[in-house]
Design a protein around this ligand. Structure first.
Ligand code: BGC
Length: 387
């Protein structure tokens, strides 16, 4: 395959990449990114991989970046890891620099899934395979592989947690005798992130029968994705929207029982707004049921303390492993193994994908899912902070 040509120029390219990496000052991750295993005698030899992560403001991306980096280094590759501070021009510049620096493969978690077309063209022209990491890159034929979780199922799991928290279903989503009605508000992720609509669709398909029967109501009337979406997944934006909803809809007698939130950062913004408006400090005290995603340490503590109801655990170690496996396959001139070749159409092609499963974390399974698996220690959870 096309990598054959690349192999011949690999050593020079890798050396240049390491030089450029050492000079690259910008990017929050540039210090950790300047890893240098170019002299490794392991399988990867002098090959190097550019790893572009969206932001360091969320723990999950730091964990992803670190796990991908160490997996690649263990396999003997040099790594240029960069975080882009959720800024699109920063990310495009970082990827441009990786390509001109001569990386042999790219692993990219995009900020805006539609903003990387010219970078991907340059990568293809240089025979650099591109693995789209967790967020699908849209509008380009040059996305070679996609590693992620089953994002539709993430949305189903979030909505199921909400329904379970309200008592409308059991943990598996089977309806109970409870008829409601319960009042909920709905939040969605960033509109430029392909995952956000998958989460939303999975959640809305799950909630729809309960909305149709009247067991659930959305008193604000804001039930469209565009009304619920939070650009760049910003906690402050979610807090502001929740405050606005409280003012417009809940300043009288109307009660609020639950909030669908697709990411822990948003959940914490929502909880701050709710607490500030006097809804109570814990769910037991009257705080609405708020869902989440990513098992961020601050939210896991809130779940342990009965403040946030749930989160979706995506084991970033497993995702990082898959990204490394896929990259190694490309660099060996092979095609990575996909377990889904139908779902992820990026507008130009269906991208072969490897999708992982997720788990829902509640207060009573934190130990089993997060501590026993070594994801967080009990001390970290108690402190609400990663060590
Ligand atoms: C990821 C989520 C994450 C969100 C915000 C999405 O693309 O799939 O796990 O919560 O971005 O960072």
């Amino acid at each position: 395959m096309r990598l054959g040509k690349k192999m011949g120029v690999v050593a020079a390219g890798a050396a240049l990449a390491l030089t450029l990496t050492a000079c690259a000052g910008e990017g929050a991750g540039s210090d950790s990114g300047s890893s240098d295993s170019g002299d490794s005698t392991a399988e990867g030899g002098d090959l190097s991989v550019g790893v572009a992560m969206p932001t360091e403001t969320s723990e999950r991306w730091i964990a992803d970046g670190n796990a991908v980096q160490s997996g690649l280094e263990e396999a003997g590759y040099g790594v240029d890891l960069q975080f882009a501070g959720d800024d699109i021009p920063t990310q495009t510049q970082q990827i441009d620099a990786m390509i001109t620096g001569g990386v042999d493969a790219l692993i990219i978690a995009a900020i805006d899934g539609t903003a990387l077309t010219s970078q991907l063209e340059a990568a293809a022209a240089a025979d650099i395979p591109v693995v789209s990491y967790d967020r699908l890159i849209n509008g380009s034929e040059h996305v070679d592989f996609y590693v992620s979780f089953d994002n539709y199922k993430v949305g189903v799991a979030q909505a199921t947690a909400l329904l379970y928290g309200l008592g409308l279903t059991d943990q598996d989503g089977n309806p109970t005798d409870e008829e409601g009605p319960f009042n909920v508000e709905l939040f969605a992720g960033s509109p430029d992130d392909n995952n956000a609509t998958f989460f939303w669709n999975g959640a809305m398909d799950t909630l729809q029968p309960f909305l149709d029967s009247g067991a659930l109501e959305v008193p604000s009337g804001q039930t469209e994705f565009d009304q619920a979406a939070i650009l760049r997944w910003q906690q402050e934006t979610a807090q502001k929207r929740m405050e606005d909803l409280i003012t417009s809809t809940y300043s009288g007698d109307t009660e609020l029982h639950g909030v669908l939130s697709p990411y822990d950062g948003l959940s914490r913004g929502i909880i701050t707004a709710l607490k500030g408006a006097g809804f109570g400090d814990t769910i037991e005290d009257g705080l609405p049921v708020v869902t989440g995603q990513d098992a961020e340490i601050a939210s896991v503590k809130l779940i342990q303390d009965g403040v946030q109801q749930s989160t979706i655990f995506k084991d970033t170690r497993k995702l990082a492993d898959q990204a490394v496996v896929a990259t190694e396959a490309f660099l060996a001139g092979e095609e990575p193994e996909a377990n889904d070749t139908e779902t992820y159409d990026n507008g130009v092609k269906v991208v072969p994908s490897y999708l992982l499963e997720v788990d829902t974390v509640y207060a009573d399974n934190i130990t089993e899912l997060l501590v026993d698996s070594g994801y967080w220690t009990q001390d970290e959870i108690d402190a609400g902070q990663a060590e």
